[in-house]
Write a protein that binds this ligand. Structure first.
Ligand code: GUN
Ligand code: ZN
Length: 432
C-alpha cells in the first residue's frame, strides 16, 4: 500500500457560510466556531468542525494551532490587471487619461516575456501576502503575458483565471491586435491553458471602445465555440466612457448592448464596474445570471461613481468583489471590503462584516462560477485558506479587545487591517 496523503489539522476560530447573508439572517447564514478545526488532506478540505470533535478522530494528523486566529476561505479577487502592478497609485487622472498616460505605456512592456514573468511573480507574491488565493486577471495583448501569468500561478498550485486582453482600436501602435489575431491567439492560448491544473482561460475583450465590431464579433464566435470559458470585460465605469461607447456604436441601445449584439452576454460573462446601469441593462444581466464585479477602491480612486450594491443584490444579481489593481489603489481584499463598506455608507446601505466577507469569498467565487470548488470553508472544497490575526496592530487590538461578539472582533480588521493581519495562507493544501 502507498503512503496516504498527509493530513493536517488546523486549529483556531473558523468561519463558514451556510447561506448568503444578503438573503438569510446571520444565525443561519454563518457558522462560527471559537474553538474550531479544519482538516486538510492533499489539496482538499476534508472536514470542518469543532476541535473537540475533529482532534480525537484524527490522532495522527499534524496539528497547527493558530490560537485565536480566524481561519476562513482565502480571498477571491474577481477583477484585476496583473500588468498594472508597477503603476498602482498613479496620480491625478480619470479613466481615459489614466489609461493613456499610465496604463498603456506600462502594458507595452509586456512584449517581453522576462518582464511579464517578473511582474506576474511579484503580483502573486504581493496578493498572497494579502490573503488572496484566487484572482481573475487581464493580461496584455501579448500572448507571452498570458503564458507568464499562468506559468507563475501553476508553479504555486494556484487557481487563477486569466486571458489575453484584446484591443484593435483606440490604443497606441504596438498595443493593438486585429479581429483575426485576437481570435487566433486567444484560441491558441485557450487550448494550451484552459483546464490545465487549476488554470482557467477567460476570453478578454478589454472594453467596447478598444474593440471594433469585427473584433467583438470574432471573440463572440470564439466564446460560442468554447462556452465553458469565462468572458471578462468592463461595463459602464464612467459617464464619459458611456458617451464615447454610444458614439462608437450608434445602433446600440446601451453599453451592455455593444456586448449583447455580438454574443458577449452570458452566464459565464464577468462585467467589471457596472456603476451607471440602465434598467434594461440590469434586467438583462439578471436574466442571464451574469457576473457583476464591484471594484470599490478603483471607483473612488479613478473617480468613477458609487456602485449600487444594495439595489443589485436586492435584484438577485450575481455580484463579486475585486481590487481592480492597478486602477484600484490596493492589492488587499481587506482594504477593498473597507472601501465597499464606505461606498455603502454613502448610499445609506451599511454592509455587515459577514456580507463583506461573503462578497470577498463566496460572492466572487459565484461570479467566477467556481463556488463549487473555492470560496468557502467546507468539506470537499479546495484547501485555499487565509488565517487572520484579529489583533495585528495596536490600533486594531485595542478596539477588538472591546468586542462583544465575533463581528465586532472582525470588523476593525476589515476596516484597518493590511498584510500584517494575514497570519497564514494555504494554497492547494500547502502553507504558502
Ligand atoms: N476600462 C478599460 N480598461 C480598463 C482598465 O485597465 N482599468 C479600469 N479601471 N478600467 C478600464
Ligand atoms: Zn479593470
Amino acid at each position: 500500500a502507498g503512503t496516504p496523503p498527509q493530513t493536517t489539522l488546523l486549529l483556531g476560530q473558523t468561519l463558514s457560510f451556510e447561506a448568503n447573508p444578503f438573503d438569510e439572517p446571520l444565525e443561519t447564514a454563518v457558522r462560527h466556531e471559537t474553538s474550531g478545526a479544519v482538516l486538510i488532506r492533499g489539496g482538499v478540505i476534508a472536514a470542518v468542525g469543532s476541535a473537540d470533535t475533529l482532534r480525537p478522530l484524527h490522532p495522527t494528523a499534524r496539528v497547527i494551532d493558530y490560537g485565536k486566529g480566524l481561519i476562513m476561505a482565502g480571498f477571491v479577487d474577481a477583477h484585476v490587471h496583473y500588468p498594472q502592478t508597477a503603476i498602482i497609485a498613479s496620480w491625478g487622472k480619470r479613466l481615459i487619461d489614466w489609461l493613456n498616460s499610465y496604463t498603456f505605456p506600462e502594458e507595452m512592456r509586456f512584449a517581453s516575456k522576462t518582464y511579464a514573468s517578473e511582474i506576474a511573480n511579484r503580483y502573486l507574491d504581493l496578493t498572497t501576502a494579502h490573503g488572496t488565493t484566487t484572482v481573475a486577471s487581464y493580461c496584455t495583448i501579448h500572448p507571452v503575458s498570458v503564458d507568464a501569468f499562468f506559468e507563475a500561478a501553476q508553479a504555486r498550485g494556484q487557481r487563477v483565471v486569466a486571458g489575453k486582453t484584446c484591443m484593435d482600436r483606440n490604443a497606441p501602435d504596438g498595443l493593438q491586435d486585429t479581429a483575426q489575431t485576437a481570435y487566433d491567439q486567444s484560441k491558441q492560448l485557450l487550448s494550451n491553458w484552459h483546464g490545465v491544473d487549476r488554470l482557467d482561460y477567460a476570453i478578454t475583450p478589454r472594453f467596447s471602445p478598444t474593440s471594433t465590431p469585427e473584433q467583438l464579433e470574432a471573440v463572440g464566435a470564439l466564446w460560442r465555440e468554447h462556452p465553458d470559458c469565462l468572458m471578462q470585460t468592463h461595463l459602464s465605469e464612467q459617464t464619459d466612457e458611456i458617451d464615447w461607447v454610444l458614439g462608437l456604436f450608434p445602433d446600440a441601445r446601451d453599453y451592455l448592448d455593444t456586448y449583447e449584439k455580438f454574443g458577449l452576454l452570458g452566464a459565464r460573462g464577468l462585467y467589471g464596474h457596472a456603476i451607471h446601469l440602465t434598467d434594461r441593462e440590469k434586467a438583462r444581466l439578471a436574466e442571464y445570471g451574469a457576473g457583476i464585479v464591484h471594484c470599490p477602491t478603483s471607483n473612488t480612486f479613478i473617480g468613477s461613481g458609487l456602485f449600487d450594491l444594495g439595489g443589485l443584490m436586492a435584484q438577485g444579481q450575481r455580484v463579486g468583489l475585486a481590487t481592480d489593481t492597478g486602477g484600484g489603489s490596493s492589492f488587499s481584499m481587506l482594504r477593498t471590503m473597507a472601501a465597499a463598506y464606505e461606498i455603502g455608507q454613502l448610499r445609506h446601505n451599511p454592509l455587515h462584516a459577514a456580507q463583506l466577507l461573503w462578497l470577498a469569498t463566496q460572492g466572487s467565487a459565484r461570479a467566477l462560477r467556481l463556488d463549487d470548488r473555492i470560496g468557502n470553508l467546507r468539506g470537499g472544497m479546495e484547501a485555499d485558506l487565509v488565517v487572520l490575526d484579529l489583533a495585528s496592530t495596536d490600533a486594531i487590538a485595542q478596539r477588538s479587545a472591546q468586542a462583544k461578539d465575533i463581528w465586532e472582533s472582525i470588523f476593525p480588521t476589515i476596516m484597518m487591517g493590511d498584510d500584517r493581519a494575514i497570519r497564514a495562507v494555504w494554497i492547494n493544501g500547502k502553507a504558502a
